[in-house]
Design a protein around this ligand. Sequence first.
Ligand code: GAL
Length: 394
Amino acid sequence: MRRRLCALVAALVFSPLSFAAQQLAATPPMGWNSWNWFAGKVTDADIRKAADLIVSSGMRDAGYVYVNIDDTWEGKRDANGGIRSNEKFPDMKALADYVHSKGLKIGIYSSPGSKTCAGYEGSFGHEEQDAKTYAEWGFDYLKYDLCSFRDNMRQEHPNDPAAQNHMMRDAYEKMHQAILKTGRPMVYSLCQYGYDQVWQWGPEVGGNLWRSTEDISANYNSMMLIALSQAGLSKYAGPGHWNDPDMLEVGNGKMNHDENVSHMTMWAMLAAPLIAGNNFTEMNDDLRSILTNKEVIAIDQDKLGKQGDRIHSGDETEIWSRPLADGSVALAIFNISEDRTTMRGQRLHLKEAGFPSGTARARDLWTGKDLGTLKDTDAFTIPRHGAVMLKLTK
Ligand code: GAL
């Protein structure tokens, strides 16, 4: 326990981020983003509706506070170069006020390039002006997506990847400084798909979170491929600066209950930002119970901020563990096979999870049941693509 406290204090003191930046995202940001469901069709009315439903569905009270507008809100610039929203978003300030009136925060999206990924106006050459505008409108969060800036990098430094990467870092730092200059706290979300091992330099350019992978799609294979690619990244995350394996697809596509449970379990183990991406008008009780499970969210939001990592990789199961502030450990067992497993002949890897005696008291976070004392040889029956998530104590 004492060691954990020291680790927490050391993480705060030695972080490359300012104290203010650490406070801003002391735990992984939680909210909702328009892209995974609405993509280019999103409108002002959709954002207002999402804000209404995030409150009435209990999502806000579970911790989801950011309502983030993704790409396609951007209009043309005015005569002075100021960015304007397009006809889908008639009044950004009024929209931000509306979202704030619900006890929520609001996020916006841009690119260091001259065009966003969907071909709308980016911030290239207008960084300070844009940050100022976002602050005046009342935004609390910026997702900054590399997009067409890759063309600038290639054009200026053909065949010189190191120089290209340097340019990319500078571009992210430029917007970081522009945000600071506004004086308005804004969570800064880097989106450049994990290029150039962003986890090694993301905090230095003010990143509170950085995408560590390419885009997620709404299916189990995409989600699990991303999840497993995060092994080894735990040392780069901590209070104020998080690896971002992309927004949640819980409720999108054809993922079934067990697959959604695996998705949410893994994101909580990874101390990942929990940015839902589903259509709230179609949210049923099953989805709601997965997205708002208090005990699972508490793991994601654990104050120690130590990301979980892999302790076992097999053909049938993956086992990941995550140390928690109160001295307990989260343990997740994923059935990555195409059949139900009874874990025959497999161990729980309790020693590797920090229990040298090979036993631990366990609570099942998805069923909400205390399981008593577990032995390393105890087994779980886990459905195809499902997961078990435990909180272990001595
Ligand atoms: C992608 C990004 C997505 C979404 C999209 C918008 O590059 O990874 O999350 O923001 O652009 O065009």
